[in-house]
Design a protein around this ligand. Structure first.
Ligand SMILES: Cc1cn([C@H]2C[C@H](O)[C@@H](COP(=O)(O)OP(=O)(O)O[C@H]3O[C@H](CO)[C@@H](O)[C@H](O)[C@H]3O)O2)c(=O)[nH]c1=O
Length: 340
């Protein structure tokens, strides 16, 4: 099988490439990534010389580049390539629409032209909007995205759906909750808090810190996508969640405790505009229909993750520079100057 993985140098994408080469060493994997700020080939050092792995630097919105890649023969596409950070989408929505909507459409056109046997769109529970105190997102929950990021992902998902309905393209959409684990870029809650706590810097908790996310260990997400590639019924959506709902303040306290750092580092700052209160995924469909089961509890996953960041300080200190640094100052500088 020849797999085209887009965004394979990002957090979830690189974990997926490594996972697939371990599970299916005979599959050929072509990783295409534009290597924007969060794409990092260092994530793939362990498999870069694998005989069945190839890398191409290209942007998924580049029609000619995508045509050239698909013309080499592709069986399955897994589309991870996306702008993914909500705060950044509030500052610059245009790049989100370009990559997440236009990029998806370019890939769909190429997938149609070259008759791929499966197109998996890796999406997010954020397309469902926010939950109140009760209930869970199911695959039938209406799409009501609240941020430019989630609106752009919903736009991509709807195009995927339309290519199935209109052209019969064999597609699946997966919608995951918050991932965590090795190689997550330190703009996201868990790695950001680990890196700042280690440097004894203030930890910016948005609003009252009681927003809830449903945490999924990245390797469990990868195993779910592997199942969807092989067993997913064309046209179907599958929600993937870890049944691990936690408040943000619980996450931050866990990080502080594991690192032996004081609570006084927590700084409540101005809330994220349009901040979704709660996400919670009902994974019944993928569990019952495809037999998926996560292997990690939150308690083991978070310990392993913190240990990974402790063991790999060079990886994240190197990337905390350049464009990231400028952006972090914009994002946290103003927030931290504006503590509640
Ligand atoms: C970066 C940061 C975040 N937060 C809060 C905001 C959220 O309630 C929670 C998690 O924030 P983030 O790590 O940015 O993740 P969130 O907005 O939930 O979105 C993530 O999870 C989604 C899946 O639910 C993915 O689709 C997104 O790509 C991914 O970024 O922590 C803080 O309180 N302080 C912070 O500095």
């Amino acid at each position: 099988m020849k797999l085209l993985v887009t965004g394979g140098a990002g957090f979830i994408g690189s974990n997926f490439v490594i996972y697939m080469l371990q599970q299916h060493p005979d599959y050929q994997i072509l990783n295409v990534d534009a290597l924007t700020y969060a794409g990092n080939l260092e994530n793939l050092k362990s498999i870069e010389n694998h005989p069945n792995y190839t890398f191409a630097k290209a942007d998924i919105t580049d029609v000619q580049a995508m045509d050239a890649l698909f013309s080499q023969g592709v069986d399955v596409v897994v589309n991870f390539a996306a702008e993914s950070h909500v705060d950044r989408s509030i500052l610059e929505p245009d790049v989100f629409v370009k990559t997440n909507v236009l990029g998806t459409q370019v890939l769909l056109d190429a997938a149609k032209k070259y008759s791929v046997t499966k197109f998996v769109q890796v999406s997010t529970d954020e397309v469902y909007g926010t939950l109140g105190a009760t209930g869970l997102f199911t695959e039938e929950t209406p799409l009501t995205p609240n941020s430019p990021y989630s609106a752009s992902k919903a736009g991509g998902d709807l195009l995927v759906r339309a290519y199935h309905e209109t052209f019969g393209l064999p597609v699946n959409i997966t919608r995951c909750s918050n991932n965590y684990g090795p190689y997550q870029f330190p703009e996201k809650l868990i790695p950001l808090m680990i890196s700042r706590a280690l440097a004894d810097q203030a930890l910016p908790v948005y609003g009252d810190g009681m927003n809830i996310r449903d945490w999924l260990y990245v390797e469990d997400h990868c195993s779910a996508i592997d199942l969807v590639i092989h067993e997913g019924v064309n046209g179907e959506v599958y929600n993937i969640g870890g049944n691990n709902e936690r408040t943000n303040v619980h996450i931050v306290n866990t990080v502080l405790k594991e690192l032996g750092k004081p609570d006084s580092l927590i700084t409540y700052v101005q809330d994220r505009p349009g901040h979704d209160r709660r996400y919670g995924i009902d994974p019944t469909k993928i569990t019952r229909e495809l037999g998926w089961k996560p292997k990690h509890t939150f308690e083991t996953g978070i310990k392993e993750t913190i240990q990974w960041y402790l063991n790999n300080q060079e990886w994240w200190t190197r990337i905390q520079s350049g464009e990231y640094q400028k952006y972090a100052e914009l994002q946290y500088g103003s927030r931290l100057g504006d503590s509640l």
